[in-house]
Write a protein that binds this ligand. Sequence first.
Ligand SMILES: Cc1cc2nc3c(=O)[nH]c(=O)nc-3n(C[C@H](O)[C@H](O)[C@H](O)COP(=O)(O)OP(=O)(O)OC[C@H]3O[C@@H](n4cnc5c(N)ncnc54)[C@H](O)[C@@H]3O)c2cc1C
Length: 431
Amino acid sequence: MKQVSIVGGGVIGCSIALQLQKLGFQVHVLERNGEVGHGSTSASCAIVRRFYSQPEMIAMAHEAASIWAHWGAFLGPIDDDLAMFRRPGMLFLPPAMDETTDAIVTEMKKLGIRVSVLSAEQVKERFPYIDVSSHFPVRALEDPTFFDATEKQIAGAVFEEDAGYIVSPGLATLNLRLAAEREGARFLMNCEVVSIRQGEASRFQVETKDGTILPSDIVVNVAGPHSSVVNQMAGVVLPLKTRALRREVHAMVNPLFASSPRPDVPVVGDLDGGIYFRPDAGGRDILVGSADPDCEVKEWIDDPDEYLDTVTEAYRQRQCYRLMKRIPSMGLSPCRGVAALYDVTVQDWYPIADKTERPGYYVCIGTSGSSFKTSPVLGQLMAQLIKANEQGQDTDLHPLQLELKNIEMTIDCRFLSRLRGTLQTSGTVIG
Ligand SMILES: Cc1cc2nc3c(=O)[nH]c(=O)nc-3n(C[C@H](O)[C@H](O)[C@H](O)COP(=O)(O)OP(=O)(O)OC[C@H]3O[C@@H](n4cnc5c(N)ncnc54)[C@H](O)[C@@H]3O)c2cc1C
């Protein structure tokens, strides 16, 4: 039985552990925190949508949504509460209803995704609490015209009927851990990997901070924002680069919670306004994060162990004032929320799920703030990719063809390889 060390017990590491163990590998997950899912996964907004620039990613997200909708069946029996998929729908407000938006909608419809195009008037009718003014191009808060009234309306909207979010990302990760343990995977907590050396009897010697050495035939780097640090330990340089990016998500009191009847606020990807938001805490709060407008300076972090992990007034004002433009009944709430890191593939903001030049060393990294949703499928992809390569298939020459069983289609996984070049994407968290 081949021994696998997975570095990182986030949602993706746990998902890979479950699938690899099912394929007959002996898996150890090494996690430096005291429990799984306490890294960037714990800060995730866990939004599940299919609106993406690449057709294969739309398909992966659609497959994943179908898995989240049948989470218990996917996991098999475990002794725990299950994470839940809430589906109030997701409204996208693109800066323009152009060929890019049309192509995405066409692709979504082709896959049978319930999506509709709405005019500004239809948005107003369906979501009367949403202001349909256009704020594009998005202005910085420091811009003296930031609060100026605008006569322009949004170009239109795309509504994905059964998109939503997972409650909660931490619980979903624990669910995966329990399912993987049931299959025989082992989880080592408080176990920080500090070096990955050449082995003798096995390919690798994985050393942890307390001096333990784990002989391993296979190592999988799923260290989230520490992905580049772990690659350095293994002496692996990829053609695509990953880098940590600091983000804040703020919680604001939802003024609509007190309304009667209480509206079911959808998830909103407000690209016109430079934010995204979704309901939280049973609808009492609204979480708001950045959709990476051009006017925002990105906070790249060189050392993922050294960053400010508390929310700041500057972000609160920037994100909350943008939200107040979209929902005018919103008040400015106290400063609450999370500060965390994305792991960004700087070239195109798509994950790298692949083997590397070093035999037996694999990566699933650069998940760029939007791969919680696809974690169940990334687990299957990585497990099959590892199995194929370990059995002699060179997936650089013959890319993995991944069957998406729920939506009955097969995708070519080259679009997530380290050799893909640069994909034509939005270059933002939207993907
Ligand atoms: C603020 C925010 C909002 C987001 N919102 C969404 C969203 O709405 N929808 C969506 O789909 N995605 C979203 N994401 C992205 C999603 O959460 C991530 O893509 C996903 O959680 C990454 O999972 P992971 O397992 O790769 O990484 P992580 O959860 O970061 O796990 C990596 C683990 O590796 C461990 N580790 C690191 N170095 C070592 C080492 N040397 N030894 C041992 N362990 C180590 C860490 O402790 C950590 O637990 C968001 C992310 C953030 C930060």
